[in-house]
Design a protein around this ligand. Structure first.
Ligand code: UD1
Length: 354
């Protein structure tokens, strides 16, 4: 069977890693990179560090407005799908690359499987929410990470296309956690293990309004431990445009880390402050308390078990929330046990086309 994976942005490379591994010797796997993320440390470094085969095709599309970026992907992917004639197109997560690939494939009657199906924030201001909903409704096979995601699919009349496979990010996280367990921290800031926070911020809702960005940074800057802010290019660009200094108070702005270095840095931290979906879950899996700067989360289990606290507008409260005591320990495994990629590939191979 020929399975064609489409990826484009950083979290998708992480999801691709265990899937590509599980695919080895079992299917013909074609990897297409849209080029949505292109900086070395946002893209190539992930392929190298996670042992992902080099993409067979890179469309090199890069940045742009949503329409420009998604449109260029649609057109480029249509040609690739026509030339490659895959049995399945596999799309990941919720980025513009996901939506473009799903749409290009269904229009050509190529069966589409969506990995990480059924996640919902119910926040219609997020571009990712539209990408997810539209992709799920277009796709033929919905590979869901959690029971909550399966329930969302059922509510939207999509239960018959859904299969609960678990979370592939959990697979790769456990593997990398064990690999980096005894390696030194790669942080470009003077911090002691257990005595710092890791922060990331990249959602347009948080970065693109300079007043809001200043208020968030001000709140984070007042926490009691040093904060290592791993600055996404979107954040750096907006801060520069508005003359905002990212290194304020407790905060030191650094370059984004490779995936192994990030896992190591989070493992040894006192907590995480983020608006990333993946990082909230990684913090939970590593049992590090997380503060999420968003009104809601798709990974509701992290909140239910007490390891994630959401902060929407009250940024003055951030220091007290970030510095809170550790929650009660739990051995709950709502994201599976690290075998989701194998289940994903088994599910695809069991279906000879949709
Ligand atoms: C995208 C995804 C988001 C995901 C995130 C992970 C969409 C709508 N959003 O958001 O779901 O959580 O990736 O990082 O698909 N840039 C660079 N170098 C790069 C990549 C981006 O400088 O390698 C700059 C671009 O010029 C642009 C900004 O970062 O100004 C945003 O990039 P874009 O891919 O549009 O969205 P992200 O914010 O990264």
């Amino acid at each position: 069977m020929r399975i064609l994976s489409v990826v484009g942005a950083r979290p998708q490379f992480v999801k691709l890693a265990p899937v590509a591994e599980a695919m080895r010797d079992r299917a013909e796997h074609v990897i297409v990179h849209t080029g949505q993320h292109y900086d070395h440390n946002m893209s190539d470094a992930f392929f190298a560090d996670l042992g992902i085969p080099h993409p067979d095709v890179n469309l090199g599309i890069g940045s742009g407005g949503h329409g420009e970026q998604t449109g260029a992907m649609l057109s480029g992917l249509e040609t690739v799908f026509t030339d490659t004639a895959p049995d399945w197109v596999l799309v990941y997560g919720d980025t513009n690359s996901t939506l473009a690939a799903a749409l290009a494939a269904v229009k050509l009657h190529v069966p589409v499987a969506h990995l990480e199906a059924g996640l919902r924030s119910f926040n219609r201001r997020m571009p990712e929410e539209h990408n997810r909903v539209l992709t799920d409704h277009a796709a033929d096979l919905l590979l869901a990470p959690t029971q909550v995601a399966m329930d969302h699919l059922a509510h939207e009349g999509l239960a018959e296309r859904g299969v609960l496979v678990g979370d592939v990010m959990t697979d790769v996280l456990y593997r990398v956690r064990d690999r980096v367990a005894n390696t030194p921290l790669a942080l470009d800031a003077p911090v002691e293990p257990g005595e710092y926070y890791v922060a990331t911020l990249h959602r347009p809702d948080n970065t693109d309004d300079p007043e809001r960005l200043r208020a968030i940074l001000d709140g984070i800057g007042k926490v009691t431990r040093p904060v290592v802010l791993l600055a996404h290019p979107r954040l750096r660009a907006v801060a520069e445009r508005h003359g905002i200094d990212l290194s304020v108070g407790a905060v030191t702005a650094c370059e984004p880390l490779s995936y192994p270095d990030l896992v190591n840095a989070v493992s040894h931290s006192a907590g995480v402050i983020t608006d990333s979906g993946g990082l909230q879950k990684e913090a939970f899996l590593l049992r590090v308390p997380c503060t999420t700067i968003r009104p809601e989360t798709e990974w509701v289990e992290t909140v239910e078990y007490g390891w994630n606290t959401l902060v929407h507008d009250d940024f003055a409260a951030l220091p007290g929330i970030v510095d809170r005591p550790r929650p009660a320990e739990t051995d709950a495994a709502p994201y599976g046990t690290g075998r989701a990629a194998l289940t994903t590939v088994d599910t695809l191979l069991a279906r000879d086309g949709a």
